[in-house]
Write a protein that binds this ligand. Sequence first.
Ligand SMILES: *Cc1c(COP(=O)(O)O)cnc(C)c1O
Length: 325
Amino acid sequence: MSLEILPTFDDVLAAARRIDGHAHRTPVMRSSTIERDLGVELFFKCENFQRIGAFKFRGAFNALSRFTAAQRQAGVIAYSSGNHAQAIALAARLLEIPATIVMPADAPEGKMAATRGYGAKIVTYDRYSEDRDAIARELAEATGGTVIPPYNHPDIVAGQGTAAKELFEEVGALDALFVPTGGGGLLSGSALSAMALSPGCKVYGVEPEAGNDAQQSLEQGRIVRIETPRTIADGAQTQALGAITFEIIRKLSAGIVTASDRELVDCMDFFASRMKIIVEPTGCLGLAGARKTAPRLAGARIGIIVSGGNVDPGTFCNLLAAYSR
Ligand SMILES: *Cc1c(COP(=O)(O)O)cnc(C)c1O
């Protein structure tokens, strides 16, 4: 991967200008209960309050804003297990670009309905047997549309980095930042912002225990690809980092920690009962990782990216019931 095409913090700044007035500037919340329990200061950047209920609107709007007139006309094609699909669908509607979304047939119904509601066309596939990249590529060839992938794209990485940028601007320097990690777009964008705005901050990715491909990739110094992991963290069921996200993460992140499904449900319970916010399983990865690492970080100022809140109420209740002791 040549260095010139990797996004930089300047691209995050440009993305911030493009999304200004279109994306929400989400709140940073605190909870004294958990700060006391863990002996650290915690700053939650609540992207569950972002448009479409997750940070992915940032990258999507940034990427589509850069389309040429010809690209706008031919439309955008995206593949996603959910939040990227909704993000592309909404950004496309706002920018008046036709959108086609390739989604797994078993994606949460709420996410499918929302995507359809934004006016996008949906094409489904079987996530355990079919190759979504190939399906998206065929569609692109047939229609002339532009494929915007969910993480491995410079404009996506730059857009996702704006959440951490806002966090540092609001609360100042941090000692550590914990970032939910699937394909690594959010983590690499966050790391770019940390490097520029809080250079001493250790940026950790947190991925599901069942699918620790990013952790293996950093250990082995190459992109490790795994089977689609079975985890409740449906936003992080990725098989591998991308070439762009891997390069940034290996250079700038402090490492990857993992969280089990049970730990994620414990965090969902905490967010709902203590902070009165609904966080989807994947959105809990940051807190779950911080909880494990906090004993080594006594007194530290820690940022947590709460990446999204899109979980059906029924699923939310079932998960809490299934894991209650
Ligand atoms: C997509 C997503 C992630 C993972 O983001 P990547 O950029 O793929 O690492 C984390 N949390 C939520 C809620 C997501 O939608």
